[in-house]
Write a protein that binds this ligand. Structure first.
Ligand code: PRX
Length: 646
């Protein structure tokens, strides 16, 4: 039996949602989605109010997902202009730099002015409604300014995480045919510089990137970087003399807001497309309810804007709600491992949202670095990105939150736009390791491999039986891939790619990906991407990549590599291949283990049996199952003997 942490009466007394509210509203939300989401949609300011709320078909032959479709709005006006009268002088963004001496506050009025000026800048550069703008930035306010400026003129942003390599950036630029890239001279993380502009230069030398007309460079470190005329322009120069008046362009609710690339089980990363109205309703509503948001909260989500968490819960959700949101450009262990808690004290953070990987890494340092800080301002803690192991949950609760703060373990995905399964701290008792219950309007179901819906306490694959406003609408430029990836395996449902267990209380326990996606430190890496990076090395004949257990990262990357004839595996070559993958994709894809494989286990039709490789990587050689169907069962013996985790 897992431990239960009942709702705290002190918290429940003031909470937005009580136990009774949850039951009642949840029931209503799934019985009458149109009525429910119609009402919730009113939280936004619409240029034209929607009369049609939901128009969805999950039929693969006619797949479409539309919410509020005849409504018109502007996302940046909802995040900024709407608040000016009542919250103009309220802090919208608290910026905390990598250097603990660097921080800055921007009020809603200041942010509004900056966004308008940058929107005018983009317009002057010829960016029009529907054009794509790539954003490759550190965690500085200008990243949010660029996102909101795109939204203001109906341009579509594609934020690329600053840790991605020039090749990864180039692929994303090419796929979205971006007209402009917004970047910085350099980033700084943990005291180390990241050559962002140089990476953009390298990316733009790759084929397929000549859609880019302008590169806008924010001065972050002030280092001299080569500027190509007329392509490269400094942000501060372009902004000089721009008008701070830029009327927001009303767009249809289904107008694209952004593309965000994420890894799938096959091929190159998919461009997940989110649209304007439904996305903002969902991001704002979930943010308010899940974090039990109050007017005077200081909210800090540690995610980078390069990931969906940074989109929905650093920028759009909080700003749509008129909240104060912290943007942190540093890391948890610089200058030392008290950093998170010092920042909490410095800015009096009340709501704190981070990933299990960070908690596990800090847990290893013991309690002292946490206890040095007061953390008295905190009132609620959140977790996102991967399953949180109960030990880490307990530590987060006991040491970080002093047993005072409830924890919300939020399950969701890039594709879902916002939080889907989560406790509401005033309504749902917590069980460490479980994301607990569905959010309003979300209908999770558990299916077996054949698609049969399983009832009661059970285990299987997680699907969502009906649409919600924040759902992705398509894979950019490849609608068929959208249909095949999410709506074909279990007809009538959205397939999440996750496995799940539902317990006797109806609580959901995510067990991890059931496809070939690895979740490294809460970031998704496709095994296929790492394999294709490896085989692009001239000495590699073949590669197979699987996930393996990793104490801090949750999952690590385990690669099996077959070299071309005549090549010998050596430590030196191993280092070279690891460095090669880092260069091809980025440091987050660094293989943790690389084993030489004279042969890979394949079926007679040539398919690699990953199940076997996974078991070897997990150090469970006695659980390989049936290997008699392999074309050459003898390869397994060598792989087991030479395995790297024993
Ligand atoms: O496997 C689930 C895991 O992260 C995947 C989604 O990754 P991504 O699209 O990068 O979005 C991460 C941030 C929302 C999911 O398919 N995941 C995310 N949150 C949780 C989780 N697994 C367990 N518990 C969570 N709270």
């Amino acid at each position: 039996m897992s431990k239960v942490y009942p709702v705290k009466p002190e918290f429940a007394a003031k909470a937005r949602i009580s136990k009774e509210d949850y039951e009642r509203l949840y029931e209503e939300s799934v019985r009458d989605p149109e009525g429910f989401w119609g009402r919730i949609g009113e939280r936004l300011e619409w240029h034209r109010k929607p009369s049609k709320i939901k128009n969805v078909s999950y039929d693969p032959k006619n797949l479409h997902i539309r919410w509020y479709e005849d409504g018109e709005l502007n996302v940046s006006a909802n995040c900024l202009d709407r608040h000016l009268a009542s919250r103009g002088d309220k802090t919208a963004i608290i910026f905390e730099g990598d250097d603990p001496n660097e921080s800055r506050h921007l009020t809603y009025r200041e942010l509004h002015a900056e966004v308008c000026k940058f929107a005018n800048t983009l317009k002057n550069l010829g960016v029009a409604k529907g054009d794509r703008v790539a954003i490759y930035m550190p965690m500085i306010p200008e990243a949010a300014v660029a996102m909101l400026a795109c939204a203001r003129i109906g341009a579509v942003h594609s934020v690329v995480f600053g840790g991605f390599s020039p090749d990864s950036l180039a692929g994303r630029i090419a796929d979205s045919t971006a007209k402009v890239v917004v970047t910085a001279d350099e980033g700084v993380r943990g005291g180390k510089k990241i050559p962002l502009k140089a990476n953009v230069d390298a990316a733009l030398e790759r084929p397929g990137t000549n859609s880019v007309e302008t590169v806008i460079v924010v001065r972050r470190t002030g280092s001299a970087v080569p500027m190509q005329s007329p392509r490269d322009r400094y942000y501060h120069v372009l902004m000089e003399g721009q008008s701070a008046d830029c009327p927001p362009t009303p767009v249809e609710a289904e107008h694209p807001l952004f593309i965000l690339y994420t890894s799938g089980s096959t091929g190159k990363p998919k461009g997940v497309l989110h649209t304007s109205g439904g996305y903002l309703v969902f991001a704002g509503f979930t943010h308010e309810m899940v974090f039990d948001l109050r007017e005077d909260d200081v909210y800090w989500c540690t995610a980078d804007v390069g990931w969906v968490t940074g989109h929905s819960y650093v920028v759009y959700g909080p700003l749509a709600n008129g909240a104060t949101t912290v943007m942190f450009d540093g890391v948890p262990n610089y200058p030392d491992t008290s950093r998170f808690w010092n920042v909490v004290d410095k800015h009096k953070v009340t709501l704190f949202y981070t990933a299990p990987t960070a908690i596990r890494a800090l847990m290893r340092e013991g309690e002292a670095p946490v206890k040095k800080a007061s953390r008295a301002s905190l009132r609620l803690l959140g977790s996102v990105g991967e399953p949180i192991n109960p030990e880490a949950w307990e530590w987060y609760y006991r040491v970080v939150g002093d047993e005072r703060c409830p924890i919300v373990d939020t399950w969701w995905q890039t594709e879902t736009g916002g939080i889907m399964i989560t406790p509401l701290a005033g309504a749902i008792d917590a069980k460490p390791g479980s994301a607990t219950k569905p959010f309003f309007g979300i209908r999770p179901a558990v299916v077996d491999a054949g698609g049969a819906v399983l009832e009661g306490a059970t285990e299987g694959n997680l699907v969502i039986a009906d649409s919600w406003p924040g759902q992705m609408r398509t894979v950019y430029g490849d609608h068929q891939r959208f249909v095949e990836t999410y709506f074909t395996a279990y007809p009538g449902n959205y397939f999440t790619g996750d496995g799940v267990r539902r317990d006797e209380d109806g609580y959901y326990w995510i067990t991890g990906r059931v496809d070939d996606v690895i979740n490294v430190s809460g970031h998704r890496i496709g095994t296929a991407e790492v394999e294709s990076a490896l085989v692009s090395h001239p000495k590699v004949a073949e590669a197979a990549v699987v996930g393996c257990p990793h104490e801090i990262k949750g999952q690590g990357i385990y690669a099996y590599v077959t070299l071309i004839a005549g090549e010998q595996g050596s430590d030196e070559l191993r280092k070279e291949l690891v460095a090669w993958v880092r260069k091809e994709i980025g440091p987050i894809a660094t293989p943790d283990y690389l084993q030489w494989a004279p042969g890979l286990p394949k079926t007679r039709s040539g398919k690699i049996m990953r199940r076997i490789l996974r078991k070897i990587g997990e150090n469970q050689p006695d659980q390989l199952g049936d290997i008699s169907t392999l074309a050459d069962p003898s390869v397994v013996k060598n792989l087991v003997e030479e395995r790297l985790i024993k």
